[in-house]
Design a protein around this ligand. Structure first.
Ligand code: 0O2
Ligand code: 0O2
Length: 267
């Protein structure tokens, strides 16, 4: 019979979860301000219930005096991302932090679990300032996409209902559903890639136009009025036809003309 004061035992874990939630929510807000897009969609956290701790200790054969080291997810933080790529960014950001130490990482995205479960787990050692001094507690950070979270949440509730003894056909359907969630993530990533590329193209295009118009302006400055006017006409035509290759060529021709004008002016 375990006679520990669970309320007291869980105190530093509750503090760790609250602090870590604030830290990751703040990180989300900061990245949104700095970079417009944040790789973090939302953050949740919880302290494991005493009954779940005892159940897990029993399952993993962890003795009562080893619980602090043997159960790594008494404090749990979950970070949800829109895209799989964002997970890797979040892991990088976690690795760079100085306010806790990483104990180890588990990549269930590359190596999904037999159930179909996918997520990236980082186990950390987090220092909590208690009334009795500093205490290091273990915490588990799970980083996953919204699709992974959708699957895991439902699978977890079914497992709860069936007490980890899911009928084989249900297990198989859940594995298929996990596969569908994986495909959804892949599809969303490829759509995202296309958006990023078209944004890049738009950006390149906008820069190119700026360079050309500045170049023409500069030619006027060097009194190359006829050349500048010709380039302007060519620009108008290629711009109208959205001839990006032609505009690139024009930009190079203007640069050559400018170099010649500068050399003449230096003589
Ligand atoms: P926001 O950004 O205003 O939504 P708390 O202590 O209040 O911070 P609590 O009550 O302990 O948090 O809950 P938990 O489970 O740690 O976190 C809940 C947070 O996750 C809430 O944000 C929810 O809005 C957010 N959340 C939960 N599920 C979803 C979801 O499916 N989509 C989105 N976008 N957010 C979700 P906050 O803290 O209230 O802040
Ligand atoms: P909770 O709080 O109910 O979510 P274990 O896998 O439990 O034998 P280990 O090595 O401590 O032991 O943990 P693991 O596998 O790295 O992952 C621990 C946590 O990851 C679990 O916590 C779940 O939150 C999540 N997880 C792992 N596998 C699955 C899975 O197949 N389905 C779902 N839905 N979640 C999974 P707990 O203990 O379940 O606690």
């Amino acid at each position: 019979m375990d006679t520990r004061d669970w309320g007291m035992f869980l105190f530093p874990y509750e503090q760790a979860v609250e602090e870590l939630k604030v830290k990751f929510k703040t990180l989300r807000a900061e990245l949104k301000k700095r970079e417009v897009f944040s790789p973090i969609e939302f953050v949740t956290g919880r302290v494991k219930r005493t009954s779940s701790i005892l159940e897990k200790a029993n399952r993993l054969q962890v003795s009562m005096d080893q619980i602090e080291k043997g159960i790594e997810d008494i404090a749990g933080i979950r970070i949800m991302c829109q895209f799989v790529e964002d997970i890797h960014r979040v892991v990088e950001l976690i690795r760079e932090r100085k306010d806790f130490n990483i104990v180890y990482e588990k990549d269930y995205i590359t190596n999904k679990k037999e159930s179909g479960y996918r997520s990236y787990h980082v186990i950390i050692e987090y220092p909590v300032q208690t009334a009795l001094g500093m205490k290091n507690v273990l915490a588990e950070i799970q980083i996953r996409t919204l699709a992974m979270n959708f699957w895991a949440t439902i699978e977890h509730s079914l497992n709860y209902k069936y007490k980890s003894d899911l009928p084989q056909p249900v297990k198989e359907r859940l594995q298929k559903a996990a596969e569908a969630a994986f495909k959804l993530d892949e599809e969303m990533s490829s759509i995202r890639q296309e958006i990023v590329e078209s944004q890049q193209l738009f950006e390149d295009h906008a820069n190119l136009v700026g360079v050309i118009l500045n170049g023409i302006q500069e030619l006027y400055f060097y009194h190359k009025v006829r050349e500048a006017a010709q380039f302007q006409l060519i620009f108008n035509e290629r711009w109208e036809h959205q001839d990006v290759w032609g505009l690139k060529q024009l930009s190079a021709d203007i640069q050559d003309a400018l170099n010649r004008a500068k050399q003449n002016a230096a003589r």
